[in-house]
Write a protein that binds this ligand. Sequence first.
Ligand code: SF4
Length: 423
Amino acid sequence: MSFERRQTKQIHVGKVAVGGGAPISIQSMTTTKTSDVEGTLQQIYALAAAGCDIVRCTCNEIEAAEGLAQIVPRSPVPIIADIHHQSQIVPRSPVPIIADIHHQYRMALAALEAGVHGLRLNPGNIRKPEHIKAVAMEARDRNVPIRIGVNGGSLDPALYEKHGGLTAEAMVESALQEIAYFQEVDFDLIKISVKASNVPLMVEAYRQLSAVTNYPLHLGVTEAGPLPNGLIKATAGISTLLLEGIGDTIRYSLTADPVEEARAGRQLLESLGLRERKNVDLIACPSCGRAEIDVIEVANRAMRAFEDKKIPLQIAVMGCVVNGPGEAREADLGIAAGNKRGHLFVKGRNVAVVPESEMVEALVDWATYIHEHGVEAAIARVDTTIAEREAAKDRNALLEEKGDDANHSTEKIVEIRKTISGN
Ligand code: SF4
């Protein structure tokens, strides 16, 4: 199942295509001083490993621009690394780098000189037309795209006054004004964002913007805040728009380790079927009176065990063997608890029984096998009748013990009625 995406013009941020039907890319921003080249590169590598396609670094001072010159990936430069004269490659960013410019247009020129693959300009911060056009001309000559990054918190005061406050219309007008300056100097490698911390406002601004321009859009809820609230706010705004076909690249702005932003972005896109799955999709039942294990604890342990494994399977952790295998029959692999044992199932077929204490390890073993050999081979490697018989045994034992009403609701209702009637 898929939904139609709005057609936009395609631009390239280094090797990453944005818009025009390209996969929706994931962005994040470093929190280090950009002049700290080693620290910034470490964060960039961690972000790339977590699924980030493009990283933005601040360029607020000349030392930051100098740092960018060492960080941006260009042709690998061989250096003499040690006394054995072995040549090594100077580490560079594995992903394209965008420079975030604050108030000084000269920093944008310096970042371009450093070789960045993109700029982000805030029209509320750099307002002189001659400065905006000077940057656009330099970017045009170097074939480097610019994001017009309108931010609700730093809107041009003139627009704020004209629209009677912060409105979607004011943010869209800010973006259109900047586009007009760019067009005057024949620059059209543009993408746009109209971020606000208020989700309905941000959604409305992007909807209005997408109706009047076909430049690619960068989605985000600005200053979404710490986890988990920030994650929910950002997901609400970004996914609403993505499901309407709006958006070409995304960034979660969280008050957290930026790696969380990259993970969230990838998980969102994978959940919506907008990016190919790279990691496990762990599903788990919410638990109920039937649960035979602490589902939260086992699911969290499984989550940690699969965290760094690139196994693109859906894996289920279910609290009981009575309903678990049936409820999760679409999962590639799952485990359900019953009578102190874990019942493993592949595509709904019981394949093995393991001690309860080894449930997570068994999941990792089977997931690795399925990833390498496929579902059919995994089912074929065991005699499923044994596992099915054991599962049926535990299921029947639990049904006998707890019956169909695991929460004892019938008895509870009788007690409630007695309490109310005073008998
Ligand atoms: S019935 Fe079993 S699988 Fe379903 S929520 Fe309850 S414990 Fe989990």
